[in-house]
Design a protein around this ligand. Structure first.
Ligand code: ATP
Ligand code: MG
Length: 283
């Protein structure tokens, strides 16, 4: 049994559970206990506050966990980053009141900075050769400057709207973060094999993200033109149809370039274009 530490509520909870569910790890949503066994896969979920996840994995109480890279870095816990997960994206930034005439990182010399991330901030200030007072505050760091307990803040930013509504501006980005899967470095071979199976499934889910399966009918004499429009397809499927003058072309398209390519396909005579979601892709 592989034990996975997951944030019990908060910003990472839903995406983490969605990822497990897409990997066909079925966990009862009626979550009344701290520890829940999956129904169809040898894992159990340990629900924790995100602050406790890095240490729980480093100590081996859980084998793997999902947590923000920011939290892992702050705690300096001895856990390996097994995989970046692509959700929970945010950055850790320094922000100052918007009326400040900011000239560069030396502005922070001798100033007071409020943060919940003292280790990452102190390391950054040392690297920059800046001496500042670091004030540790848990929660609502963004109000520190307006109530006069700090000259600047160092906090998580995603859209930046919290900064704007507190009359702050972002001046230095210190770290980019996202949710990561972390693992205990001393996991047994048996647990590692369950983790490998889980990673294989996650890979299949992630590979399919942003991709569509596209089927279309193409006049036979236009097939070469159509294939020329399709990007990076090694070998699209071309199948005969009952009407000998037509054939069916199947391929995988990136959502990003989708409308542009569909337009070109139509111009080149494709008809009856079907677009189907892809759940998993094993490359
Ligand atoms: P807990 O109760 O588990 O301690 P928390 O309040 O400390 O939760 P959340 O606010 O749920 O934590 O954030 C968890 C993680 O989500 C952050 O550490 C960060 O990696 C990520 N995250 C992404 N975007 C944001 C954002 N806009 N604000 C805060 N965290 C964000
Ligand atoms: Mg927390």
């Amino acid at each position: 049994m592989l034990r996975i530490a997951v944030q019990s509520k908060g910003r990472l909870y839903e995406d983490t559970m969605a990822l497990l569910s897409e990997a066909d790890v079925k966990v009862s949503s009626a979550r009344r206990t701290l520890l829940v066994r999956a129904k169809n896969f040898p894992v159990e979920i340990l629900y924790l506050r995100d602050d406790d996840i890095p240490r729980t994995v480093a100590d081996g109480v859980a084998d793997i966990g999902v947590v923000g890279l920011n939290e892992l870095e702050e705690q300096g816990a001895e856990a390996d980053v097994v995989r970046r997960l692509g959700f929970g994206a945010c950055r850790l930034s320094l922000a100052v009141p918007k009326e400040v005439d900011y000239t560069g990182v030396q502005w922070f010399e001798g100033r007071r900075i409020a943060t919940s991330y003292p280790h990452i901030l102190t390391r950054y200030l040392n690297e920059q050769g800046v001496n500042a007072e670091v004030h540790v505050i848990t929660g609502s760091v963004e109000v520190s400057t307006s109530i006069g307990i700090a000259d600047a803040i160092f906090d998580i930013v995603s859209s930046g709207s919290t900064l704007v509504s507190n009359n702050l501006k972002e001046v230095e980005t210190v770290m980019e973060s996202e949710a990561v899967m972390i693992g205990n470095p001393l996991m047994s071979g048996y647990k590692r094999s369950i983790l490998d199976e889980l990673l294989f499934r996650i890979e299949a889910v992630k590979s399919a993200e942003g991709k569509k399966y596209v089927l279309m009918n193409v006049p036979k004499d236009k097939v070469d033109d159509i294939l020329a429009v399709l990007p990076g397809v090694k070998s699209p499927t071309v199948m005969p149809l009952a009407d000998a003058a037509w054939c069916s072309v199947h391929t995988v398209l990136d959502e990003e370039r989708f409308w542009e390519i569909i337009g070109q396909l139509k111009e080149n005579g494709a008809q009856g274009i079907l677009v189907v979601p892809i759940e998993k892709m094993i490359i």
